[in-house]
Design a binder for this molecule. Structure first.
Ligand code: ADP
Ligand code: MG
Length: 342
């Protein structure tokens, strides 16, 4: 459906994209995830035709649209800022793209789009008389009213409070299911991407590090950087020496499932995979954060800071000396130099 081939984009001395290759399938809900400044918005704007790439091609349904105007691409974009026309009513905002192209049955289309996002009762208001969540719905209605073949969203939930963000996330997912429109969704929030996307691409410094389903990326991050970016609290990392089927970290030996030979590595283990045990890595409890069912515990194991998610019934106090253990199957290993997964 969408193909980006070797996309390079420069802004003066800054190279925003270093040769992006990406395929997005028809009907997918696809997230572009990455830290601020990693090139997500630039990629979206190039897809929309709002910016031209310096190198590379954009294909939509097999057709090269690299030189095509936004209007010719039949894509709709929703921005973080919503970009509503303040002097127009909600009705006129939603009707605007239809009037621009002289579409038939405008009244019916506007009312249908408004109903879909539950703002049918607000059509007479101006954007200034709406809450943040309602403005966001108005922007969504304006985007879906034209029945675009591609729906582009740039951090659409970032101006909403936490509760509304979660609710709207679920609604966006339902809207996608109902309309079936291919959707590309930009976010820096890994939890948002993990919960909403069919597949996602992780951006770092203008490059795509990895593409896959949320479950694939979480289970097998290709690099230490991707591993560190996905999951909350983030993965813990220990310097490790590998000797065949065992890893030695902080003076402790962990059996491994594969023979990795002799090498220096970085061993990663997620907070939820760490247990408080009778023996293992010695650590000191620094802080306990109760979350209800579980607790997040900050520990210091020698020079390494560690975070563990444990059952909140395990009583720990700041200053306690404990032992940490985890299973070889829960371990992620990365090359000490290249940071690539072993
Ligand atoms: P993201 O959306 O992932 O936060 P962007 O795509 O907006 O990142 O930006 C990628 C890089 O390109 C950043 O380093 C940013 O500062 C730079 N950049 C983006 N737009 C411009 C511009 N118009 N002029 C100069 N640099 C820009
Ligand atoms: Mg951005």
């Amino acid at each position: 459906m969408i193909e980006l081939k070797g996309i390079v984009k420069r802004h003066g001395a800054v190279t925003a994209l270093h040769g992006i290759n990406l395929e997005i399938r028809a009907g997918e809900f696809f997230a572009l995830l990455g830290p601020s400044g990693s090139g997500k918005t630039t990629t979206l704007r190039i897809l929309a035709g709002l910016e031209a790439a310096d190198e590379g091609r954009v294909l939509l349904d097999g057709r090269d649209v690299s030189e095509a105007d936004p209007g010719e691409r039949n894509v709709a974009m929703v921005f973080q800022s919503y970009a509503l026309y303040p002097h127009m009513s909600v009705y006129d905002n939603i009707a605007f793209p239809l009037r621009m192209v002289g579409a038939p049955d405008i009244d019916k289309s506007v009312k249908e789009a408004a109903e879909r996002v539950h703002i049918g009762h607000l059509l007479e208001r101006k954007p200034g008389q709406l809450s943040g969540g309602q403005q966001q719905r108005c922007a969504l209605a304006r985007a879906i009213v034209r029945q675009p073949r591609l729906f582009l969203l740039d951090e659409p939930l970032s101006n909403l409070d936490a509760k509304l963000r979660m609710e709207t996330r679920v609604e966006l997912r339902k809207l996608h299911r109902a309309l079936g429109v291919t959707t590309v969704y930009v976010t820096h929030d890994q939890e948002e991407a993990m919960t909403i996307a069919d597949r996602m691409a992780v951006f770092m410094d203008g490059r795509i590090e990895q593409v896959g389903t949320p479950v694939e990326l979480f289970a097998r991050p290709k690099s230490l950087e991707v591993a560190a970016f996905l999951g909350s609290p983030p993965m813990n990392f220990f310097p490790a020496q590998l000797h065949g089927r065992s890893a030695s970290i902080a003076g402790h030996s962990i059996p491994l499932q594969t023979d990795y030979g002799q090498r220096d590595a970085v061993l990663g283990v997620r907070p939820g995979a760490i247990r408080i045990a009778e023996s293992g890595i010695t650590a000191r409890v620094e802080l306990v954060e109760q979350l209800g069912e579980s607790a997040i515990v900050d520990l210091q194991a020698g020079a390494t800071a560690v975070r563990a998610r444990i059952d909140s019934r395990v009583r720990l106090r700041e200053g306690d000396a404990v032992h940490l253990a985890f299973d070889g199957e829960d371990v992620h290993l990365f090359d000490a130099q290249s940071h690539q997964r072993l």
